[in-house]
Ligand binder design. Structure first.
Ligand code: 13P
Length: 249
């Protein structure tokens, strides 16, 4: 048995409205959820308060991004202090869409990680290679560099970090990584943590997989030694999310 509690995050991205998210929340609240799994739903910032108020307390809520300081003249941004003020305790940082659509650098993501952790938020820190990088054989180099930029900012807060490996070519494409492909990278990431941080951190940090996870693909992925859960996009908006939450049990 893994010592790491299985973790399933839903990333709603920029989807839904009060009506549809309210219905999804009702479905989640009344579902039979395995208590051995930690579940966190990533809501659009404008619905964080709504999601936190409606979701049962057994579900965590995450913001999908935040800025690197507590307050100030940063039009359009939200801070960890604001996220906590609405009762939310997690934030997703470094998602591939933040990196590749909005041009966020490793440096900025690192600064955000440092600030969010200093404010005591849990951080779901995302990494992952693009298709051309995988094809060029540099997957390891890319994910190690991204992980290093995050790790340099974690200090002694590893218990608040979940690392999400999301190969960009698998996100929203219906092309799930095979269990072997995902396990191979997760294992390398755990070895990187052992060599660069500590054996204790490498054994305790949850490394979750994201990229076209579905009901039919989740069980075999969940059975891999180094896959400690999922970050789910499209399927997290459907009742299928419940099947994914319960993938392990
Ligand atoms: P999909 O599950 O829609 O591929 O999205 C994955 C993702 O980006 C989760 O953060």
């Amino acid at each position: 048995m893994s010592p790491r509690k299985f973790f399933v995050g839903g990333n709603w991205k920029m989807n839904g409205d009060k009506k549809s998210l309210g219905e999804l929340i009702d479905t989640l609240n009344s579902a039979k959820i395995n208590t051995e799994t930690e579940v966190v739903c990533g809501a659009p910032s404008i619905y964080l308060d709504f999601a936190r108020q409606k979701l049962d307390a057994k579900f965590g809520v995450a913001a999908q991004n935040c800025y690197k300081v507590a307050k100030g003249a940063f039009t359009g941004e939200i801070s960890p202090a604001m996220i906590k003020d609405v009762g939310v305790h997690w934030v997703i940082l470094g998602h591939s869409e933040r990196r590749h659509v909005f041009g966020e650098s490793d440096e900025l993501i690192g600064q955000k990680v440092a600030h969010a952790l200093s404010e005591n938020l849990g951080v779901i820190a995302c990494i992952g290679e693009k298709l051309d990088q995988r094809e060029a054989g540099i997957t390891e180099k890319v994910v190690f560099e991204q992980t290093k930029a995050i790790a340099n900012n974690v200090e002694n807060h590893w218990d608040k970090v979940v690392l999400a490996y999301e190969p960009v070519w698998a996100i929203g494409t219906g092309k799930t990584a095979t269990p072997e492909q995902a396990q191979e990278v997760h294992k390398k990431l755990r070895e990187w943590l052992k060599s660069n941080i500590s054996e204790q951190v490498s054994k305790s940090v949850r490394i979750i997989y994201g990229g076209s996870v579905t009901g039919p693909t989740c069980k075999e992925l969940a059975s891999q030694d180094d896959i400690d859960g999922f970050l789910v996009g499209g399927a997290s908006l459907k009742p299928e999310f419940i099947e994914i939450i319960n993938a392990k049990h």
